[in-house]
Design a protein around this ligand. Structure first.
Ligand SMILES: Nc1ncnc2c1ncn2[C@@H]1O[C@H](COP(=O)(O)OP(=O)(O)O)[C@@H](O)[C@H]1O
Ligand SMILES: [Mg+2]
Length: 456
């Protein structure tokens, strides 16, 4: 448990949830940077009466937060063409990837948002009530189908998840969806007029991490191609960098519906990350505190930035892991060496929990102290052992535990190194030396200081 109050903070500033409308951190204050990306989103949305756009980038760079902030701006601050949107994130899961589930989720999420902002409107409007019923029916069917799969009673329908009563057809759902969009354009919601709807589908990373799902995802987009072209509806699909190439541009007819190129999200700069953290700490400052105490020096944050190549989520997880290792009160922000040493220590303790054999520990220390990648032969020489037994005892178990991996291969020769998560154990030895040196210097200064006092 980390005591955040000692820093003058109410709670954890390194929370890794995406920024979202209505979240713990107010999105319009906590969001930093991305002016270029926001401008191009704005240009696209203002110049067309519909749009279909992919927002792509590595995990943890800030795709979801960007989409959420863009939605926020168009919902509350855009003057020319405000667009309605729901804050809830629809995750691209296997179950979502058919027209029926997709439309049900989109209609359901939109209704829920209307209910949050303007509950009286639902009471007043028959269409909205009818839509709520419809979503209710399809969702309870889904849930009961789920139960029959789990092995409880066959009376809920024997054929699995896709059994809907014939009365709720795709055509009907499509019509209801158009009605809903029309409703949004012609009615005030919470006293405000909107020109259309933004639909945001999050995280194609997860479905696509299983390469068998690729075909299904392509099929899904072909199936919803017509609803993607609904006037005044703006779609954002978030995913990994290869999403556009592998899914959207596979077929011309589909590609033509989408914006020409994906919006690629790159990591925030080092200074933007610092600014984001400062902003968060300011927002989370305890009421009676004049100035919070930053737990980390900028240099320490920069070295985590380098380690995780700007992935904000990993950086924050790393910072949290480091603080969980700090023994006592921190008076000064942690410097690079202290931070990296603690991160290395934390990772080392995680590894230790998996009960290393003596051999595995030897290999790890060898990897942690050598400046190059290591081959089996290198290790055999180091340990004076026959190379033949080494892979089974030494390398494979650590590879399976995600601690080491093959970094490059030349013919049959494999070069091993620590995975990114465990790279910090390399810092243990180096940082320890630097800190010992620094402590020595500090001691000298301290003794000079006290001599000065004595001599007075
Ligand atoms: N522009 C930004 N300003 C401040 N914090 C951000 C920004 N973008 C991302 N973050 C933070 O970084 C972390 C990862 O962002 P997220 O949007 O979830 O990334 P992704 O969707 O690409 O995985 C979250 O904790 C989020 O709050
Ligand atoms: Mg995300």
């Amino acid at each position: 448990m980390i005591n955040w109050q000692q820093f003058g903070l109410r709670s954890n500033p390194y929370d890794t949830l995406p920024l979202i409308e209505g979240g713990e951190l107010p999105i319009h204050k906590a969001f930093v940077g991305r002016t270029v990306e926001l401008q191009s989103l704005k240009d696209i949305f203002l110049s067309d009466s519909r749009a279909c756009l992919t927002i792509l980038g590595n995990v943890g760079v800030g795709k979801t937060s960007l989409a959420n902030f863009h939605k926020f701006l168009f919902k509350y601050e855009e003057k020319k063409k405000p667009l309605f949107s729901f804050r809830r994130e629809i995750e691209a899961s296997k179950n979502l990837l058919n027209k029926k589930s997709f439309l049900t989720e989109v209609i359901g999420s939109t209704l829920r948002e209307i209910r949050l902002l303007d509950p009286d409107l639902i009471k007043k409007e028959e269409l909205l009530q009818k839509l709520e019923k419809l979503v209710d029916i399809t969702q309870s069917l889904d849930i009961s189908a789920g139960i029959s799969i789990a092995g409880f009673g066959g009376e809920f329908g024997k054929t699995g998840t896709t059994e809907y009563p014939p009365s709720i057809s795709n055509t009907m759902l499509e019509n209801y969806f158009s009605n809903l969009v029309e409703f949004i354009k012609t009615h005030e919601i919470a006293g405000k007029k909107f020109g259309g709807l933004i639909v945001h589908i999050n995280n194609f990373d997860i479905v696509l991490s299983d390469s068998k799902e690729k075909k299904g995802v392509i099929g899904f987009f072909q199936e919803i191609r017509d609803i993607l072209q609904t006037r005044d509806v703006y779609y954002l699909f978030l995913g990994p960098k290869h999403f556009f190439r592998d899914i959207i541009s596979v077929e011309k007819r589909l590609k033509s519906v989408f914006h020409l190129s994906p919006l690629v999200v790159n990591p925030l700069s080092k200074l933007e990350i610092i600014k984001a953290f400062e902003e968060r700490m300011e927002l989370l400052k305890s009421p009676d505190v004049v100035k919070y105490i930053a737990p980390f020096s900028n240099e320490a944050i920069f070295s985590l930035y380098d380690l995780y190549e700007g992935d904000a989520r990993s950086i924050m997880n790393g910072l949290k892991d480091i603080l969980s290792q700090v023994p006592e009160t921190v008076l000064e922000p942690l410097g690079v060496d202290e931070a990296m040493l603690l991160l290395g220590k934390e990772r080392w303790e995680v590894i230790k929990k998996s009960e290393l054999t003596k051999e595995q520990e030897e290999l790890l220390i060898f990897l942690a102290t050598s400046s190059n990648y290591v081959t089996q032969k290198d290790l055999a020489i180091q340990l004076k052992k026959a190379p033949s037994n080494i892979s089974g005892y030494y390398f494979n178990p650590l590879r399976d535990a995600g601690v080491i991996e093959v970094k490059k291969q030349e013919g049959k020769l494999k070069y091993w190194g620590l995975t990114q998560d465990y790279l910090p154990i390399k810092f243990i030895l180096k940082a320890k030396k630097t800190i010992q040196q620094k402590t020595k210097e500090n001691m000298q200064q301290l003794s000079l200081f006290s001599k000065g006092v004595e001599n007075r």
